[in-house]
Ligand binder design. Sequence first.
Ligand SMILES: Nc1nc2c(c(=O)[nH]1)N[C@H]1C(S)=C(S)[C@@H](COP(=O)(O)OP(=O)(O)OC[C@H]3O[C@@H](n4cnc5c(N)ncnc54)[C@H](O)[C@@H]3O)O[C@H]1N2
Ligand code: MOO
Length: 418
Amino acid sequence: MTLKPPPLRNDCFALPAGVNWTPVDAALALLRDRLHAVTEVEQVALGAALGRVLAEDVVAQRSNPPLPNSAVDGYGFAGGLPEGEHVIPLAQGRAAAGLAFEGVVPAGEAIRILTGASLPKGVDTVILEEDVTTDGQSIACRGPLRQGANARKAGEDVAAGEVILAAGRRLTPADLALISATGGAELPVRKPLRVGVLSTGDELVEAGQTARPGQIFDANRPMLLGLVERMGHHALDLGRVIDDRATLRGRLDEASQKVDVIVTSGGASAGDEDHMSALLREAGAMQEWRIAIKPGRPLALGVWSGVPVFGLPGNPVAALVCTLIFARPAMEQLAGAGWRAPQGFLVPAGFEKRKKPGRREYLRARVRDGRVEVFKSEGSGRISGLSWAEGLVELGDGAAEIAPGDPVMFYPYASFGF
Ligand SMILES: Nc1nc2c(c(=O)[nH]1)N[C@H]1C(S)=C(S)[C@@H](COP(=O)(O)OP(=O)(O)OC[C@H]3O[C@@H](n4cnc5c(N)ncnc54)[C@H](O)[C@@H]3O)O[C@H]1N2
Ligand code: MOO
């Protein structure tokens, strides 16, 4: 029998018949359903809580503002002023922030008051000092002024007892202000998720070492360690392993004792040297995904001694896209932060493109002059495009043709915590 070639496809992204292609949303739904928080809870001081994940809802212990106070520097009295000129005698004393006026301001009199000062008894309205002339005995001003002008009500921002931040929130600098203002000092937060990052491949050399022709410097590991840290987790460097199944097995065994998640790159597809996917299959708990996505379709997801493993494809662009699209929300879920979809926005395309319907595509992109531009090449090994880009543009599963001006979904890197 003569050997007959198959038809030439020359498209490693084609979706061959007979393979069960998992849509991106189905893969995400599965991760969301299967994963849950694995991190322990600890109590930390407010000053050490930035970036940590709240383990419980935070309730305001105090209202903000705690008492009615003045929004401006000026003169306080009771009631508004009708249209026309007014002369109001001044009461003795002064109200300043932190230095309350303890007396009562008699009806028909005004008192000197500064921004942030609690309103003395007998005051509910404040006139700006710029709108007043004074001889030290009285003030002269012009109405109208509505009752309550320039005064802040107690609890107008937050009332004591209100839930101000929900469990799962990753604390921002603004949150620290809110918690502190409402009387919080110690918080129950989750310990950071420990994420181990491992590179696989005989061809890899460490930065700073000598690379023989044919060898390449490990680009994925520094990128993935950086991404994990940026996302608020604790990144552990698991180093590099050669394409040897026993060595890789040993490294996974060791790592699974000290981390909550393992992220590897390389060896994720089904070639002769793709030991990562082979080992995960051997361990039994392997979700062998052929995801309808470009780039990044060979993502191996498994469990090694109880620890979830993301076997990312080796191509750096695919490794980054898979991390942002799949590993990021999964790690947030494991960290106790819940499932959070990235927030993108529609921007007119500044490019033209044809794509195969049936798979989702992510292109390296950035916004210039209100339009999304894409990197000149879609090559999955073109690392320079990752630095050129400021985010990803998402071309929907069903899209076939994108014309300049069509609205496309742009996700800034920041929307992935990157
Ligand atoms: N015949 C086919 N070949 C390939 C297909 C296909 O469908 N048919 N799919 C391609 C796609 S898409 C991807 S992505 C890769 C996935 O490969 P693996 O996950 O098995 O990764 P490797 O083969 O180990 O490496 C791929 C590529 O990436 C380089 N690499 C690996 N690790 C690093 C690192 N840490 N830093 C920098 N570069 C790295 C590696 O040298 C390879 O060039 O398979 C395609 N092939
Ligand atoms: O999609 Mo592979 O997953 O790019 O180069």
